[in-house]
Design a protein around this ligand. Structure first.
Ligand SMILES: Cc1cc2nc3c(=O)[nH]c(=O)nc-3n(C[C@H](O)[C@H](O)[C@H](O)COP(=O)(O)OP(=O)(O)OC[C@H]3O[C@@H](n4cnc5c(N)ncnc54)[C@H](O)[C@@H]3O)c2cc1C
Length: 410
């Protein structure tokens, strides 16, 4: 959209048979529609919110029901959270704020903070919590954002993201969703373009010289002046470049880690959670980790969002959907009574996005982060992993703006 607005002639190539990539709104028929990939928009994700409003799509907000918390069989809500958990949460927040005082953006400019870059977020949280419940709660909250276990996340990278949150008023995380699902947004974007996307075009090889770039697919090739590659890092690693990309870029792409997050979505014949005066939003210490009401169509859908080692364990099960219903019904017996069918989405082995979204692993920020986004000759790099809002839909849009500014500076 941004390039066409500048009068650039654009061609679009996509490996899958559908648009959207990790935005994947699935319609299973019979009113069962849900988001298998990106779903939530924070209140300060202005690019996403503005894009929606550009298409007259007013972002939707979840109902006012508070999130339920279950730890060791005891229950409360986020609004009435146990004191020890709340105190630990505030302690972690205060320590993070204090550490952010010495940090600047972009994250890799903090060369004085090598010790933070080498540290794990998991250790930081263990150091600043005192109760088991507090440790569980703070861990669960940030694991959900990061999409993986917190021992895999670097402290400097996390604090650099935390900088974004310092000016926020109240709880503006996961504030909105795309009305009608992300498929509607993708259709609106495609409908606004002159370019016709070409699907089932798996890029294998990229050759550049002074006259242009040749893109080689399984079934033919295309000659272009410049290319913008939005492939997630593990997919990019599989493409052959002639001449080879710089060693610094190759190291950055290889070191960029993808979070292991997955969703299991269950359809029910009745939204039984409303009978319990509950909106379906849960954080628990059991293997389901987190749920929310994921219904977009007429059928009631509950979505479980599971991250890290636990996600890998669920996806290794023969039937994660039924195993999940069993786990759910241990907490909520009505779940099995009303269960109709369900689906598990394995992003971990998806060939075009192996992993859910990028995270900043220990040591990544200072050694690699700045090398993943600059262009090399006629080849430009975009996608959430190249953005400061890495991991988010907002980051994908941020990277689009950066890439377009690379063109206008030429
Ligand atoms: C389970 C899950 C939950 C998430 N939750 C949220 C959330 O709540 N909020 C949020 O902001 N973000 C969330 N995200 C992350 C968000 O979806 C992504 O950050 C964003 O959609 C990434 O956009 P992108 O354009 O960078 O990459 P992609 O959408 O992955 O686009 C890259 C495209 O490249 C294509 N491709 C790959 N290899 C090739 C090849 N060889 N040849 C041609 N094409 C190729 C892919 O098919 C894909 O279409 C979630 C993601 C997942 C998976």
């Amino acid at each position: 959209m941004l390039l066409e607005a500048l009068g650039v002639e654009v061609q679009l190539f996509e490996a899958r048979g559908r648009p959207g990539g990790r935005l994947h709104c699935v319609d299973e028929g019979g009113g069962a529609i849900y988001e298998a990939g990106g779903e939530w928009i924070d209140a300060d994700h202005y690019r996403v919110l503005n894009l929606l409003r550009h298409f007259d799509m007013e972002p939707t907000t979840p109902g006012e029901w508070p999130q339920k918390l279950i730890f060791r069989g005891k229950e409360c809500t986020e609004a009435t959270i146990w004191n020890d958990a709340l105190e630990d949460d505030l302690r972690v927040e205060a320590a993070a704020r204090e550490m952010c005082r010495d940090l600047t953006s972009p994250p890799w400019s903090n060369t004085h903070a090598a010790d933070l870059d080498g540290r794990k977020l998991g250790d930081f949280i263990r150091e600043h919590t005192q109760s088991e419940r507090g440790l569980w709660w703070v861990n669960s909250k940030y694991r959900s954002d990061e999409g993986d276990d917190l021992d895999n996340i670097g402290l400097l990278g996390w604090l650099s993201g935390y900088l974004h949150y310092l000016d926020r008023d109240g709880d503006v995380m996961s504030a909105y969703r795309i009305p009608g699902g992300s498929r509607q947004l993708c259709e609106k974007i495609l409908g606004s373009l002159n370019a016709e996307p070409q699907f089932q075009k798996v890029l294998r090889r990229v050759r550049q010289d002074s006259s242009g770039v040749t893109l080689m697919f399984d079934d033919g090739q295309a000659q272009v002046d410049h290319v913008i590659l939005t492939l997630p890092p593990p997919a990019l690693e599989r493409v052959v470049f002639e001449p080879a990309l710089s060693p610094r870029r190759r190291c950055a792409v290889e070191a960029c880690r993808m979070s292991r997050a997955t969703k299991i979505c269950w359809e029910f014949d009745h939204p039984w959670w409303h009978d319990l005066d509950w909106g379906g939003s849960l954080m628990c210490d059991g293997p389901i980790q987190q749920t929310w009401d994921g219904s977009i169509g007429t059928a009631p859908i509950l979505t479980a969002y599971i991250c890290g080692d636990e996600a890998a364990k669920w996806l290794a099960l023969g039937d994660p959907v039924r195993a999940g219903i069993y786990e759910l019904s241990l907490m909520f017996p009505d779940a099995s009574k009303h269960f109709v069918r369900g689906w598990a989405h394995n992003w971990l082995t998806d060939p075009f996005s192996p992993g859910a979204f990028s995270h900043l692993a220990p040591g990544y920020v200072l050694e690699h982060m700045e090398h993943i986004s600059p262009p090399e000759g006629r080849i430009h790099f975009a996608g959430e992993h190249t953005a400061l809002w890495s991991g988010f839909i907002e980051g994908a849009l941020e990277s689009a703006e950066r890439v377009v500014s690379e063109f206008t500076k030429r």
